[in-house]
Design a binder for this molecule. Structure first.
Ligand code: ADP
Ligand code: ADP
Length: 230
């Protein structure tokens, strides 16, 4: 479970805080959406969730452990429990699909045979068996995001954070990536937090959501409740 308590973030040179008194709870096994316009604070919030950004005040509890109290080494350990996917995929262009997926396994010190086995499983999971040796430049946007998802899942994280992961994709490809995320959520029980500026994305796969505006949570709760609100 992820619990965010009264989180605020003010950048050194900023007139207004990027986040103010943000509180929310992400239940295990759920897909939680954070929706808001550009500048609402979504990226800041998602970077705070794995402490890439230090909040000014407030707490972030990951399965009861307050991340804001951890030192760098402890944080690196906690971050291994969090996978991330990005709008621009962030693939390594000089490495093929398999080698991109294996990056977190290499970092974790997993041996070559184990890596090969895990990469094969992941290629299967995301439907890219025939692209194992292709390079990112040879892939469509949807295929690149499948590589991003496989890489994010490689080290068996408990949480997946998605930063506008479908924003660069056309509607059809978006639908197939969202369907994959939902399958992963159901099959692996993986908890997913996704940020987006598109209501359709939230409506199509999220169980719960928070609406962020000017750094504050305007509304949050189960999706049914949010979209039926007057
Ligand atoms: P979103 O992801 O919803 O577009 P951001 O979290 O990127 O929102 O930005 C929230 C606010 O914080 C904006 O006003 C933005 O200009 C500001 N901001 C974001 N990153 C920085 C930074 N590194 N330094 C100063 N201000 C920032
Ligand atoms: P953006 O420019 O899209 O806002 P970020 O500031 O979120 O990018 O991230 C900067 C860089 O840090 C990215 O290129 C990404 O590869 C890396 N990065 C961010 N979050 C993680 C993470 N949880 N694990 C590994 N690398 C990360």
């Amino acid at each position: 479970m992820i619990v965010v308590e009264q989180l605020s973030k003010r950048y050194a040179d900023a007139a207004a805080p990027a986040l103010q008194d943000v509180s929310l709870t992400v239940n295990d096994g759920s897909i939680f959406g954070i929706i808001g316009k550009s500048g609402a604070g979504k990226s800041t919030l998602i970077r705070c969730l794995n402490l890439l950004e230090r909040p000014t005040t407030g707490r972030i509890l990951l399965d009861g452990q307050d991340l804001t109290l951890l030192n760098e080494q402890q944080l690196r350990q906690q971050r291994q429990r969090i996978g991330m996917i990005f709008q621009n995929f962030n693939l390594l262009h000089a490495r093929n699909v398999s080698d991109n997926i294996a990056v977190p396994l290499q970092i974790a010190g997993i041996g070559r045979d184990q890596r090969k086995k895990r990469v094969a499983e992941l290629l299967d999971l995301v439907g890219l068996n025939d692209k194992a040796r292709a390079f990112p430049s040879q892939l469509s946007g949807g295929q690149k995001q499948r590589v991003g998802i496989a890489r994010a899942l490689a080290a068996h994280p408990h949480y997946l954070l998605s930063d506008e992961a479908t924003s660069a994709l056309d509607p059809e490809t978006t639908a197939s990536i969202l369907a994959l995320l939902r399958d992963i959520n159901r099959q692996l029980g993986l908890t997913i937090v996704l940020i987006t500026h598109e209501l359709e994305v939230v409506k199509s796969i999220c169980d719960s959501a928070a609406l962020l505006a000017k750094g504050r949570v305007l509304e949050s709760g189960p999706l049914q409740q949010l979209i039926s609100a007057p």
